[in-house]
Design a protein around this ligand. Structure first.
Ligand code: NGS
Length: 334
């Protein structure tokens, strides 16, 4: 009887052990599945809904670098950059994989972030938030467009994190904050259209446009802010969505299109007043599905109407205040 009981007990113990092992294996697989995508990790520091705690990957300092860190062998020059004059030697093309990247970044939004500090820590950035690597010639010129209103606090963090990242990525870039004038309903996509046109007025050599929310920063500098053969969605793994896409076809947060891609889809829709939907419409422009097929020809960069009220070149960004009008009189969305 006792031998029978002992045998059963042994079998139960073995089964429990096996189950534990299986559990451990699944945990390891899931861990690597999530962390394999860490290049694409993004942190949103204000959710549109209630604010959320940062993922431990963002708040822990383990293996993470400070935003203005330099890799030991980066050789990142700090001197203010200048375009080569007629006698300056022709610089070599910038490498595809920039040598000075530091990988995972320590992202935290606790201490105040004065603009003077950001300026001090980014000596190579010129008036208007322009930067050109002094030691190589980048393949693209990148305009970063930020739709904006009343988010100075977020903007300071964004500049603090992004300038060092973009410099390490050896990009030639400019930062354009497109500030919606007045208190009428916000229109993110229309501001992005304005940013595209106004950035090109500032510098007609821009050939890559990165459209970024002001409260979204990459958590790893190996996520390169460059354009590709296809429109790119950068924010595919965000802390607020558990580092996954909230749904297939999500195109919000940070995206990038080169000039011809943007023009081929007639830019972005102007008619999405208030929260949500504009990014889905933009995504649909690539696949020309649903209602977008009917609207994209008449509503886009070709039909955008606005008035520039002020262009102000600040040390770390160009601020363009625009009047984009108001939503039509039927009830606004969102
Ligand atoms: C969808 C919205 C998108 C938005 C996404 C995530 O429902 O514009 O939620 O929103 N689409 C529509 O409203 C049709 S978020 O959780 O970031 O606030 O980007």
């Amino acid at each position: 009887m006792s031998r029978l009981l002992g045998g059963t007990l042994e079998r139960v113990c073995k089964a429990v052990l096996l189950l534990c092992l299986l559990h451990f294996l699944v945990a390891v697989i899931l861990y690597f599945d999530v962390y394999a995508q860490h290049l694409a990790f993004f942190s949103r520091f204000s959710a549109r809904g209630p604010s959320r705690a940062l993922h431990p990957a963002a708040s822990s300092s383990t293996n993470c670098s400070r935003p203005n860190a330099t890799a030991p062998s980066s050789g990142l020059p700090e001197a203010p950059s200048a375009r080569p004059g007629p006698t300056a030697p022709v610089l070599p093309p910038c490498p595809d994989s920039p040598p000075g990247l530091v990988g995972r970044l320590l992202i935290e939004f606790t201490s105040p972030m004065p603009l003077e500090r950001v300026q001090r820590e980014n000596p190579g950035v010129l008036l208007g938030g322009r930067y050109t690597p002094p030691d190589c010639t980048p393949a693209q010129t990148v305009a970063v467009i930020i739709p904006f209103r009343h988010r100075e606090h977020h903007l300071r963090y964004w500049l603090h994190y992004l300038h060092p990242i973009l410099r390490r990525q050896r990009l030639r870039y400019g930062i354009y904050v497109i500030n919606q004038h007045g208190e009428d309903t916000f229109n993110r996509a229309k501001l992005l259209n304005v940013g595209f046109l106004e950035a090109l007025k500032e510098d007609s050599t821009y050939n890559c446009f990165i459209f970024s929310d002001v409260d979204l920063v990459p958590m790893d500098d190996r996520n390169l802010y460059r354009c590709g053969d296809q429109p790119r969605h950068f924010a595919i793994a965000m802390d607020k969505f558990g580092f996954r896409l909230p749904y297939a076809g999500y195109f919000g947060g940070v995206s990038g299109l080169n000039k011809s891609q943007f023009l081929r889809i007639n830019g972005f829709p102007n008619e999405y007043w208030g929260w949500g939907g504009e990014d889905d419409d933009i995504f649909n422009r690539f696949t020309k599905i649903q209602n977008t097929k009917l609207t994209m020809k008449r509503d886009g960069i070709g039909s955008v109407r606005y008035q520039v009220l002020e262009v102000s070149r600040q040390p770390l960004f160009t601020n363009i205040t625009v009047d984009i009008g108001r939503p039509p009189s039927w009830p606004p969305r969102g």
